[in-house]
Design a protein around this ligand. Structure first.
Ligand code: ADE
Length: 218
């Protein structure tokens, strides 16, 4: 079972997605578990503040160390082996191989995903982070969407989550940078656009050849 504990100011933004479709089926089958920790509960003072202005000046607010460390430690106290992931645009760019490696270690792994918000975070937070992960060269307002993408791309690769294991094997990127071949379903003729006849031929060798020829590479 793979466990994710998501530390966020907006658990309500994440819950609906994880309670839907394959992510929820994985939880129901006991293959994945999702927990939420509301960072606000670890905020400072009467306003439960989690951020402050940057030393040296500059725009915006930064996540402070105290609430973040307290939130992470509250999880690690119960499970010291849990690994901490921070989604950040300056992290290593996430790809299928990394998703596969996380899924391969799914048995008894517990990941804490810290979702930063505001303009950024105090750099000292990096001292308790195991993985810095970027979802691409663009900037989002927070770590919630990256957290969902990381979870989705890992959980769907865990054996037993998708119906036919074959579909995860042959899909795009499962073989290096290979892109999946084009696929068709009924009807044969849709508005004059017909299905390549080779796919109706029943000749599996020829079909495999056609598919290999039509797999794109990035
Ligand atoms: N937080 C903000 N932008 C991000 C990105 N591109 N990847 C991961 N985390 C982020």
């Amino acid at each position: 079972m793979i466990k994710f504990t998501i530390i966020t100011l907006f658990p309500e933004a994440l819950e609906p997605y994880l309670k839907t479709s394959m992510m929820w089926k994985a939880a129901e089958k006991g293959l994945a578990e999702y927990n939420f920790v509301n960072l606000r509960e670890f905020g400072l003072g009467p306003h439960r503040s989690v951020d402050d202005t940057p030393y040296g000046g500059g725009d915006g607010m930064l996540l402070r160390c105290e609430p973040v460390f307290a939130a992470i430690e509250s999880v690690k106290d119960k499970d010291p082996a849990a690994k901490v992931i921070i989604p950040t645009p300056v992290g290593e760019i996430w790809n299928q191989e990394m998703a596969r490696s996380f899924a391969g270690k799914a048995e008894n792994m517990h990941y804490i995903i810290l979702c930063p918000h505001y303009e950024g975070y105090d750099e000292r937070i990096m001292s308790i982070v195991d993985y810095k992960i970027s979802l691409g060269k663009y900037v989002l307002t927070g770590g919630e969407l990256p957290a969902l993408i990381i979870i989705d791309s890992v959980v769907r690769l865990i054996p037993g989550v998708l119906g036919g294991e074959k579909s995860a094997e042959i899909e795009s990127f499962s073989d290096g940078d290979n892109l999946e071949y084009p696929q068709y379903t009924k009807p044969y003729d849709f508005r004059g656009m017909t299905v390549p006849d080779i796919l109706l031929s029943g000749n599996h060798g020829e079909i495999a050849k056609w598919r290999a020829e039509h797999s794109g590479r990035v």
